[in-house]
Design a protein around this ligand. Structure first.
Ligand code: ADP
Ligand code: TRP
Length: 320
């Protein structure tokens, strides 16, 4: 079974990204042949700063490896090292109906927020379809927000097969993680870099402390019971603590006698220790920059070997 997923290098990862997509993808690397890539072509639709893009790509690669991506198990590479993605995207775009893309929420949302869309943003789902189809992927694990893009990929593949012959492209299956609760941000809304309410995965200790101790709370006095409903402290603690620890904190909220400062300290402690191993691994990787380059280079070679076969098959099917 071939598993494929991609991540845009648009900024430092936060714990919403981690629990929403990275951790589930890392678990899947043990269940099949995983292909994970850094979607740098995609990020060009919103990021036009060469230095920043290079830094983001590097950080994302390091973070992914630090969190447990095993290059012996998963093929890990940069999308732009396999230019066949864009060639396939062009071919797919010639059979993709305009209305299919005009209907995509992510495009509609962005333009509704006043962003003047570039052509790349509009055709983003076609490139994403190419990313998936070029590896004959069986399974694509993504977050809920990508569900529609996956349907587009399946529709495009089906249309290619009808037009140019069954077997031209493999129809992928989505694995939508409906069950992943939305990770709340420091202010209780969905954690998102656009809301400025994130906790970074590899935050400095001081910065992490400042963020967690600064979580807004109500003015319930120390001795009184605290509301457990919609508490950012509890909701974040749930991600890091064992069931027993979580139940204990919930009970302590209800009982009263403990102030929010104490609960925040417990959350801080758990958050910090949860990523301790990854932090140590990250420091090791940062000290050895050639390692990252070597992993990405080897990954690109393996990916390209598959991609060139698919593109040859598609070129023949369409008559190029
Ligand atoms: P952001 O909202 O910070 O811009 P992205 O849109 O780049 O994050 O998200 C990349 C992936 O991370 C998404 O596909 C989504 O599945 C996951 N993700 C982002 N934020 C959260 C969150 N708060 N809770 C769960 N998953 C999230
Ligand atoms: N669009 C995805 C996101 O923003 C990233 C992505 C690009 C992707 N190509 C992909 C995900 C192919 C899965 C498969 O999260």
């Amino acid at each position: 079974m071939r598993i494929l997923s991609g991540l845009q290098p648009t900024g430092r990862l936060h714990i919403g990204n981690y629990f929403g997509m990275m951790e589930p993808s890392l678990r899947l690397q043990h269940e099949g042949e995983a292909f994970y890539f850094i979607a740098d072509y995609h990020s060009l639709t919103s990021l036009h700063d060469a230095k920043q893009l290079r830094e983001n790509v590097r950080d994302l690669a390091i973070d992914f490896l630090a969190c447990g991506l095993d290059p012996e198990k998963a093929v890990f590479f940069k999308q732009s090292e396999v230019p066949e993605h864009t060639e396939l995207a062009w071919i797919l775009s010639t059979i993709t109906p305009m209305p299919m893309l005009e209907n995509c929420h992510s495009y509609k949302d962005k333009t509704a927020h006043g962003i003047v869309a570039n052509v790349g943003l509009f055709t983003y789902p076609v490139l994403m379809a190419a990313d998936i189809l070029i590896y004959d992927s069986d399974l694509v694990p993504v977050g809920k927000d990508q569900k529609q893009h996956l349907e587009v990929a399946r529709d495009i593949a089906t249309k290619m097969n009808h037009t140019f012959g069954e077997g031209t492209l493999k129809i992928p299956q989505p694995r939508i993680r409906e069950e992943t609760a939305v990770v709340p941000g420091l202010d209780g809304q969905k954690m998102s870099k656009s809301y400025g309410n994130t906790i970074g995965l590899f935050e400095e200790e001081k910065a992490l402390k400042k963020k967690i101790m600064g979580i807004p709370t109500d003015s319930t006095p120390v001795e009184e019971p605290k509301s457990t409903e919609n508490s950012s402290i509890l909701n974040l603690y749930r991600l890091f603590a064992s069931d027993a620890e979580y139940a204990q904190m919930e009970a302590d909220f209800r009982k009263g006698g403990i102030g929010y400062g104490e609960f925040k300290k417990r959350l801080l402690e758990k958050t910090w220790t949860y990523f301790a191993d990854a932090r140590a691994k990250r420091a090791e990787i940062v000290a050895n920059p050639q390692y990252v380059d070597a992993v990405l280079k080897a990954g690109a070679e393996k990916a390209r070997a598959v991609a060139t076969k698919t593109i040859a098959r598609v070129r023949t099917a369409v008559g190029l």
